[in-house]
Design a binder for this molecule. Structure first.
Ligand SMILES: *Cc1c(COP(=O)(O)O)cnc(C)c1O
Length: 378
């Protein structure tokens, strides 16, 4: 059992050895170039293009700013509708609303929690301008069907790929799908630049617009044609990214071993469900979501959450509540309209996973969960 003085957190940011980072930033003191697309920024862009297998990239100060600016770059008519899902981080929906667009919530699938592509078309109206699906937990959406629907109805597709860093679908970088994809490099993600993010796209013109939108609309020293803000990544963040990228493969291998142990220990327990990943995708093991079906397991997600807390083990009700139940949206939406998302949100828990989490700790966490279910069924 877990001892009283030990605390296991749900996640832990990945950091390179300190000496490695210090060496990486030495050049910044020599050239005094701290931000504004300096050499570290350019180097990270090149390295990420290769790692993510994408043609074009634009780095940002964080993933949310990247998404908000990408939506802005399409210049959709004010009040247009965007089809998205409520089973996500607030960022996805807020980025839509902050662009004066209207989110329309589509339900998700029960096996992988991504947008249910069969429910998209009935939601399309003459005001629909885009679809913003989420590769939630790194589970890749049905990109082919989404593309078919988008082409048929002349809609843009912008993926929230915040969870899908480095993944491939049928051998292709996941950032190549849709009109644009956003990745987050926040401290808690699989790959971090402390804070950071990017947009990837096949459209070089979009990259040009983004480079202006993230730098006050400045096209040249005396030419300002866009009403842009400031959302550039600085050199210290880029340097952290260059270092972390060297270790990301090892980190993902560690995450995989942890995931496999959880599945080995908990997979046979009635009422416990893991999210399904596609056979034709690579997976980054960013999260360890576990769904506790109350009818089958005899216990509830909230009860497991409390039991883990009593043992000093962190877990997160990720994503609960549903976005459509947030105070800022609940007057305009009814989460009963997306029953699968509601069910998943009410019953899912993400449990600890990060490089450095020992298999002994994983076993302790599994013991607590196993005991709780045994106790509930006694
Ligand atoms: C982390 C995250 C974001 C926002 O990224 P930041 O880099 O934290 O701004 C957006 N969407 C999802 C699904 C996320 O998990």
């Amino acid at each position: 059992m877990v001892s009283a003085d030990r605390r296991i957190t749900v996640t832990k940011p990945s950091l390179p050895p300190m000496e490695e980072y210090v060496k990486e930033i030495e050049g910044i003191w020599a050239n005094k170039w701290l931000t504004n697309m300096g050499p570290k920024h350019l180097e990270l862009e090149e390295k990420l293009k290769e790692y993510l297998d994408v043609e074009n990239i634009s780095l940002f100060v964080n993933g949310h700013a990247a998404l908000e600016n990408a939506i802005a770059a399409f210049d959709f008519e004010r009040g247009s509708e965007v089809i998205t899902t409520p089973f996500t981080f607030p960022s996805t929906t807020h980025a839509i609303v902050r662009n004066n667009l209207v989110p329309v919530f589509c339900d998700i699938k029960k096996d992988d929690y991504t947008i249910d592509e069969s429910k998209i078309e009935p939601l399309i109206t003459d005001k629909t301008c885009a679809i913003i699906p989420v590769h939630v937990y790194g589970n890749i959406c049905n990109v082919e069907e989404i593309e078919r629907i988008a082409k048929k109805h002349n809609l843009k597709v912008i993926y929230d790929s915040a969870h899908a860093f480095g993944e491939r679908y049928k051998g292709v970088g996941v950032g190549q799908f849709g009109d644009a994809s956003m990745f987050s490099f926040h401290a808690t993600k699989v790959f971090n630049t402390i804070e950071g993010g990017c947009i990837t796209t096949k459209d070089a013109g979009l990259i040009k617009r983004l480079s202006m939108l993230k730098n006050f609309g400045i096209e040249g020293p005396e030419t300002i044609d866009y009403i842009g803000g400031n959302a550039k990544m600085n050199e210290f963040s880029a340097a952290m990214g260059i270092c972390n990228l060297r270790h990301v493969e090892d980190n993902i291998r560690e995450r995989k071993a942890i995931t496999e142990r959880y599945i080995e220990r908990l997979g046979h327990i009635k009422g416990i469900h893991f999210n399904k990943t596609r056979d034709d995708q690579t997976y980054n093991y960013a999260y360890m979501p576990v769904l506790f079906d109350p009818a089958e397991s005899g216990t509830t997600r909230d009860r497991v959450f409390e039991r883990l807390q009593e043992e000093n083990i962190g877990s997160r009700k990720y994503f609960y509540p549903l976005v459509s139940d947030y105070g800022c949206y609940k007057n305009d939406y009814d989460s009963k309209d997306t029953p699968v998302a509601k069910y998943v949100s009410d019953n899912i828990l993400t449990i600890p996973i990060y490089p450095g989490l020992s298999i002994a700790d994983v076993d302790d966490i599994c013991d607590v969960i196993e005991e709780e279910i045994k106790h509930a069924n006694r």
